[in-house]
Design a protein around this ligand. Structure first.
Ligand SMILES: [Fe+2]
Ligand SMILES: [Fe+2]
Length: 153
């Protein structure tokens, strides 16, 4: 599937989210001891990654997602982001890590498989000039890379 140029870098970043989600669901580390430096570093790094990624989505896609048919999906995206930010705030034990991993994986796959295709369909169907302006003429030249983000975790 061809991706809109605004979505390509976001889809690429999803690979890191899926790797993190997989780690959360498979690690034995309980993030409570002072020796869990690797786990703490992973969490710190992912907080930074996720905050930058989610902020970019919320900023760059907001006008695009104003189409009425996209409102439920836009609200879900924001709710997912809030839930992930909340889950990342607290010190994490094994149970919380498992839940965080499930949350991040479900959100990331939903964006790749449902939300991004819905955005693209809405853009194709739109007659709005400002929305059409989101598609540069060069889009067809640069959107033939498939990030494989949804299947690369
Ligand atoms: Fe997101
Ligand atoms: Fe995302």
């Amino acid at each position: 599937m061809k991706r809109h140029p605004l979505l390509i870098p976001l889809a690429r970043e999803h690979h890191a989210s899926l790797v993190f989600a997989h780690w959360c669901q498979t690690t034995d580390a309980a993030i409570s001891g002072p020796t869990q430096t690797d786990a703490h570093k992973r969490l710190r790094d992912f907080r930074a990654h996720f905050e930058a990624h989610a902020a970019t989505e919320e900023r760059n896609l907001t006008n695009w997602a104003m189409a009425p048919e996209l409102q439920p999906a836009w609200k879900r995206m924001q709710a997912d982001h809030r839930a992930i930010r909340r889950a990342l705030e607290d010190p994490l034990g094994a149970i919380e890590l498992q839940a965080l991993g499930e949350l991040v994986e479900a959100h990331t796959r939903w964006e790749d498989l449902v939300f991004s295709p819905a955005l693209e369909s809405s853009l194709k169907a739109s007659t709005s000039a400002p929305l059409k302006a989101l598609t540069p003429l060069s889009a067809q030249d640069h959107s033939d890379e498939h990030p494989h983000a949804a299947s690369s975790a």
